[in-house]
Design a protein around this ligand. Sequence first.
Ligand code: ADP
Ligand code: MG
Length: 615
Amino acid sequence: MRISDGTGALTLRFFHFNKLQQQGFQRGTRIRCYGEARPGAVTLEMVHPEYQRLEEDTAPAVEECLTPVYPTTEGVHQLTLRRLADQALQALEGPHEQVLPDWLPPDLLEGFPFTGLAEAIRYVHRPPPEASVTQLLEGRHPAQQRLAFEELLAHHLSLRRLRHEARAQRAPVLEGDGALRTALLANLPFQLTAAQRRVGEEIATDLRQPHPMLRLVQGDVGSGKTLVAAVAVLQAIEAGGQAAVMAPTELLAEQHYRNFAAWLEPLGVTVAWLTGRIKGKARSVTLAAIESGTAQLVVGTHALFQDEVTFARLGLVVIDEQHRFGVHQRLALRDKGRKNGLYPHQLVMTATPIPRTLAMTLYADLDSSVIDELPPGRTPVQTVAIPGSRRPEVMARVREACGAGRQAYWVCTLIEESEVLQCEAAADTAELLREQLPELRIGLVHGRLKAAEKEAVMRAFQQRELDLLVATTVIEVGVDVPNASLMIIENAERLGLSQLHQLRGRVGRGAAKSSCVLLYQTPLSRTAKVRINTMRETNDGFLVAQKDLELRGPGEVLGTRQTGLAQFHIADLLRDAALLEPVERVAEQLLHEHPDHVPHLIRRWLGQAERYGAV
Ligand code: ADP
Ligand code: MG
């Protein structure tokens, strides 16, 4: 069917268009239609548009409202949704307090440009013709903001409730006499930084309470979180409890195990270690030691909270690099440690600093500490970006650094998910570098090496038996070799900001001036450019995290995309960042003045999903 509005023509295409339908469209019939216009053979075309026949001669009725287009799914038509919305809106006609009580008393919202709830809902479903479409599409209209505000408020309140509930749970009081802690600190070749001492004190105080600690420690890479955790672990052990330290990867768990064993075993503490790769006899011995309590500290991966593991008296759980653990894992862990009505204390450490706004919203159930200081004597890492075509210059840099007695990392990245391909690429690169830099001792580490092989290579690098370590991104978290001062990241354009920052954190750990070379392939996408520039401009993990948040959105930054944790129906953490502070304030007031409204609000927005907020 061809239609025209006097300025141009459009083809409407219908399939199975029967005689009866056709008869309704005589030449000259006036219709209004809506659909997606795509280029067709002769004119633009619409396939199966929505349409409405207009009466002859009468001017088309002036629309009373703009027509909303709902996000939908196959098989559910816009018209169906609109009809349902109509029915729901009907219920709001007249006195609606019973159908849709407004749990936010007007005096709480004074100073906001918000309308009442019913009015806001009516507005977003039936915006008047003069409404600003741009504002509506961006979600910035006061009516939408009113709904976003309420949603954020409900989330915040639900986390506070969980925190409140946790406070009501019981945990072992871990006082300790300080003997082990004093001994550890006396053995160290350095002093704790002021920030480490402050955060350590906060944790120590928490552990002495009869309620479970739920504390998030944020600190940039290299800020010395591991040591802070070790001090907490010793407090638990002094008090006769067991502690568990959990890391996201085998490699990191291994390294933690080495660190903790080196620090704690000289003090007479028994340290065990458990990952999925430990099998057979060794496994059953370790499991027995955990169950009997002879293992005072257990370091491992998520293997720590499988069913077969039973702790004798778990007092403290430390989770390192928290963002890599799934929501469900943390939840399982909380329940797992429970014994005789006592919950273990939880310390969550993350090296991906979480922008304040996010922390406030998503971790309102956790207390938070920030190690905002690096150990003295570190010089900021200088970051440069160099196109792949200038690779020879980069090789010269490696030769020079290693010639001067320092060490370097060469990180290979591949966009493919396949670990096999990643490892092959790293092996090829190592081969090539060995040819081109024959005077250097070059090692290779990737995810497919056996644990023992990996450990041997890492140890050789740590002990300066290797000059250059070629690696896949497995070295991303936690590896600590202070003599390494140069980091090359190949195909840097493929990595996210947080990952780049983590990798870069492997250098700049000693006194030597360190640099990070981002080797990239041209042409760079716009986002890749922003990422690389951000890396060049700052070493500050919080700034990097903020930028990462802007580029990728909160779900990806927190690694919780699949869990729905960071997904709101209406609110958008970036767009609505300005609402977060008022949300906190209004939450306070509501809890104070209208505590009976709180459960209703939570149920309205979170329903049964609330439990996920706990993690
Ligand atoms: P991260 O916070 O990234 O986990 P680590 O705990 O791995 O950092 O610490 C990085 C390095 O700094 C380690 O070699 C550690 O021994 C060292 N370190 C920790 N605290 C201090 C300090 N107060 N002074 C000097 N070096 C420190
Ligand atoms: Mg660490």
